[in-house]
Write a protein that binds this ligand. Structure first.
Ligand code: SF4
Ligand code: SF4
Length: 180
Protein backbone atom coordinates (compact mmCIF):
# COMPACT_ATOMS: atom_id res chain seq x y z
CA UNK A 1 0.00 0.00 0.00
CA UNK A 2 2.81 2.35 0.92
CA UNK A 3 4.68 1.43 -2.30
CA UNK A 4 1.63 2.31 -4.41
CA UNK A 5 1.32 5.63 -2.57
CA UNK A 6 5.01 6.44 -3.25
CA UNK A 7 4.62 5.58 -6.98
CA UNK A 8 1.61 7.87 -7.22
CA UNK A 9 3.53 10.70 -5.57
CA UNK A 10 6.39 10.21 -8.02
CA UNK A 11 3.95 10.35 -10.89
CA UNK A 12 2.40 13.57 -9.58
CA UNK A 13 5.82 15.20 -9.15
CA UNK A 14 6.83 14.16 -12.68
CA UNK A 15 3.65 15.61 -14.15
CA UNK A 16 4.15 18.81 -12.15
CA UNK A 17 7.69 19.18 -13.45
CA UNK A 18 6.47 18.54 -16.99
CA UNK A 19 3.84 21.30 -16.65
CA UNK A 20 6.42 23.73 -15.24
CA UNK A 21 8.69 22.85 -18.16
CA UNK A 22 5.86 23.66 -20.59
CA UNK A 23 5.13 27.03 -18.97
CA UNK A 24 8.69 28.28 -18.53
CA UNK A 25 10.37 26.68 -21.53
CA UNK A 26 8.02 25.78 -24.35
CA UNK A 27 5.71 28.80 -24.09
CA UNK A 28 8.55 31.34 -24.38
CA UNK A 29 9.87 29.33 -27.32
CA UNK A 30 6.47 29.65 -28.96
CA UNK A 31 6.42 33.40 -28.29
CA UNK A 32 9.82 33.73 -29.94
CA UNK A 33 8.28 32.43 -33.16
CA UNK A 34 5.47 35.00 -32.82
CA UNK A 35 7.95 37.80 -32.07
CA UNK A 36 10.07 36.88 -35.07
CA UNK A 37 7.07 37.36 -37.38
CA UNK A 38 5.89 40.50 -35.61
CA UNK A 39 8.61 42.61 -37.21
CA UNK A 40 8.54 40.99 -40.63
CA UNK A 41 6.71 42.55 -43.58
CA UNK A 42 3.22 40.95 -43.67
CA UNK A 43 2.48 38.77 -46.66
CA UNK A 44 -1.29 39.18 -46.40
CA UNK A 45 -3.12 42.10 -48.03
CA UNK A 46 -5.75 44.42 -46.63
CA UNK A 47 -8.31 43.21 -49.21
CA UNK A 48 -10.49 44.74 -50.66
CA UNK A 49 -8.69 48.04 -50.03
CA UNK A 50 -5.45 46.59 -51.36
CA UNK A 51 -5.58 44.21 -54.31
CA UNK A 52 -3.02 41.78 -55.55
CA UNK A 53 -2.13 42.54 -59.18
CA UNK A 54 -2.99 39.47 -61.26
CA UNK A 55 -0.57 37.76 -63.60
CA UNK A 56 -0.73 39.19 -67.14
CA UNK A 57 -1.87 35.74 -68.30
CA UNK A 58 -4.77 35.64 -65.82
CA UNK A 59 -8.15 35.21 -67.49
CA UNK A 60 -10.98 37.01 -65.70
CA UNK A 61 -14.23 38.54 -66.89
CA UNK A 62 -15.11 38.78 -70.58
CA UNK A 63 -15.27 41.92 -72.69
CA UNK A 64 -16.45 42.65 -76.19
CA UNK A 65 -14.09 44.94 -78.06
CA UNK A 66 -14.78 47.79 -80.50
CA UNK A 67 -12.83 49.03 -83.50
CA UNK A 68 -11.06 52.36 -83.25
CA UNK A 69 -14.05 54.08 -84.93
CA UNK A 70 -16.31 52.74 -82.15
CA UNK A 71 -18.12 50.03 -84.13
CA UNK A 72 -18.46 46.58 -82.60
CA UNK A 73 -15.86 44.06 -83.63
CA UNK A 74 -18.11 41.05 -83.16
CA UNK A 75 -19.69 39.88 -86.42
CA UNK A 76 -21.64 37.09 -84.74
CA UNK A 77 -19.79 34.38 -86.67
CA UNK A 78 -20.25 31.84 -83.87
CA UNK A 79 -16.64 30.62 -83.81
CA UNK A 80 -16.23 31.46 -80.13
CA UNK A 81 -19.38 29.47 -79.31
CA UNK A 82 -18.10 26.55 -81.38
CA UNK A 83 -14.75 26.64 -79.57
CA UNK A 84 -16.30 26.89 -76.11
CA UNK A 85 -15.96 23.53 -74.35
CA UNK A 86 -18.56 24.51 -71.76
CA UNK A 87 -21.26 25.56 -74.25
CA UNK A 88 -21.48 28.85 -72.37
CA UNK A 89 -21.95 31.27 -75.28
CA UNK A 90 -25.27 32.09 -76.96
CA UNK A 91 -25.77 34.60 -79.75
CA UNK A 92 -28.29 35.82 -82.31
CA UNK A 93 -27.23 37.83 -85.39
CA UNK A 94 -28.75 40.89 -86.99
CA UNK A 95 -27.95 43.08 -89.96
CA UNK A 96 -27.03 46.73 -89.58
CA UNK A 97 -28.63 49.34 -91.92
CA UNK A 98 -25.46 49.33 -94.05
CA UNK A 99 -25.63 45.59 -94.53
CA UNK A 100 -23.06 44.54 -91.97
CA UNK A 101 -23.58 41.65 -89.62
CA UNK A 102 -23.42 42.05 -85.89
CA UNK A 103 -24.68 40.35 -82.75
CA UNK A 104 -28.19 41.29 -81.67
CA UNK A 105 -27.82 39.00 -78.66
CA UNK A 106 -24.51 37.89 -77.24
CA UNK A 107 -24.55 36.16 -73.87
CA UNK A 108 -22.06 34.25 -71.80
CA UNK A 109 -23.17 32.07 -68.93
CA UNK A 110 -20.46 32.60 -66.35
CA UNK A 111 -21.74 29.71 -64.26
CA UNK A 112 -20.77 27.38 -67.08
CA UNK A 113 -17.64 29.21 -68.18
CA UNK A 114 -14.36 27.65 -67.11
CA UNK A 115 -12.30 30.70 -68.16
CA UNK A 116 -10.20 28.68 -70.57
CA UNK A 117 -9.84 31.56 -73.04
CA UNK A 118 -10.67 29.40 -76.09
CA UNK A 119 -13.31 31.92 -77.19
CA UNK A 120 -10.67 34.65 -77.22
CA UNK A 121 -8.30 32.54 -79.26
CA UNK A 122 -10.97 31.42 -81.72
CA UNK A 123 -12.28 34.90 -82.50
CA UNK A 124 -11.10 36.08 -85.96
CA UNK A 125 -12.06 39.68 -85.14
CA UNK A 126 -10.35 39.79 -81.75
CA UNK A 127 -13.72 40.89 -80.45
CA UNK A 128 -14.00 38.88 -77.26
CA UNK A 129 -11.29 38.91 -74.64
CA UNK A 130 -10.88 37.95 -71.04
CA UNK A 131 -9.73 40.77 -68.79
CA UNK A 132 -8.10 40.82 -65.38
CA UNK A 133 -11.18 41.46 -63.25
CA UNK A 134 -12.31 38.73 -60.89
CA UNK A 135 -14.84 40.52 -58.69
CA UNK A 136 -18.17 39.59 -60.21
CA UNK A 137 -19.78 37.47 -57.55
CA UNK A 138 -23.56 37.76 -57.20
CA UNK A 139 -26.40 36.40 -55.11
CA UNK A 140 -28.69 35.17 -57.88
CA UNK A 141 -28.06 32.91 -60.85
CA UNK A 142 -29.47 35.32 -63.46
CA UNK A 143 -26.74 37.84 -62.67
CA UNK A 144 -24.23 35.40 -64.11
CA UNK A 145 -25.74 35.52 -67.59
CA UNK A 146 -23.70 38.33 -69.04
CA UNK A 147 -25.14 40.21 -71.99
CA UNK A 148 -23.65 42.56 -74.56
CA UNK A 149 -24.48 45.49 -72.29
CA UNK A 150 -22.33 43.99 -69.56
CA UNK A 151 -19.42 43.15 -71.83
CA UNK A 152 -19.20 45.77 -74.57
CA UNK A 153 -16.36 48.17 -73.79
CA UNK A 154 -17.26 51.87 -74.02
CA UNK A 155 -14.02 52.68 -75.85
CA UNK A 156 -11.61 50.53 -77.85
CA UNK A 157 -9.05 48.96 -75.57
CA UNK A 158 -5.37 49.33 -76.24
CA UNK A 159 -4.45 45.67 -76.16
CA UNK A 160 -1.09 44.42 -74.98
CA UNK A 161 0.65 44.04 -78.39
CA UNK A 162 2.72 41.04 -77.21
CA UNK A 163 -0.40 39.21 -76.07
CA UNK A 164 -2.05 39.97 -79.41
CA UNK A 165 0.91 38.61 -81.39
CA UNK A 166 1.05 35.44 -79.26
CA UNK A 167 -2.66 34.93 -79.83
CA UNK A 168 -2.28 35.33 -83.60
CA UNK A 169 0.65 32.92 -83.75
CA UNK A 170 -1.28 30.35 -81.72
CA UNK A 171 -4.26 30.70 -83.99
CA UNK A 172 -2.25 30.39 -87.20
CA UNK A 173 -0.19 27.41 -86.03
CA UNK A 174 -2.86 25.81 -83.88
CA UNK A 175 -0.59 25.84 -80.83
CA UNK A 176 -2.23 25.08 -77.50
CA UNK A 177 -0.50 26.00 -74.28
CA UNK A 178 -1.37 23.61 -71.46
CA UNK A 179 0.63 25.66 -68.92
CA UNK A 180 -1.33 28.86 -69.23
S1 SF4 B 1 -13.52 31.22 -71.51
FE1 SF4 B 1 -13.76 29.11 -72.25
S2 SF4 B 1 -15.53 28.34 -71.17
FE2 SF4 B 1 -15.58 30.55 -70.93
S3 SF4 B 1 -16.87 31.28 -72.59
FE3 SF4 B 1 -14.77 31.33 -73.33
S4 SF4 B 1 -14.46 29.38 -74.35
FE4 SF4 B 1 -16.28 29.17 -73.08
S1 SF4 C 1 -16.86 37.21 -80.51
FE1 SF4 C 1 -15.57 36.76 -82.29
S2 SF4 C 1 -15.79 34.59 -82.64
FE2 SF4 C 1 -17.45 35.19 -81.29
S3 SF4 C 1 -19.14 35.59 -82.67
FE3 SF4 C 1 -18.11 37.53 -82.31
S4 SF4 C 1 -16.66 37.70 -83.98
FE4 SF4 C 1 -17.27 35.57 -83.92
Amino acid sequence: MEIAHATRNEFVVKELLKSVGHVFLKMPLGFIVTLKHLFKKPISLDYPRVKQPMSPRYRGRHYLERYDDGTERCVCCGLCAAACPADAIYMEPEETPNGERKAKVYEINLLRCIFCGFCEEACPEEAVFLGQEYEFSAYDRNSFIWTKTDMLVPHPRKDNPVKRIIRRVRRVYGVTDAHR
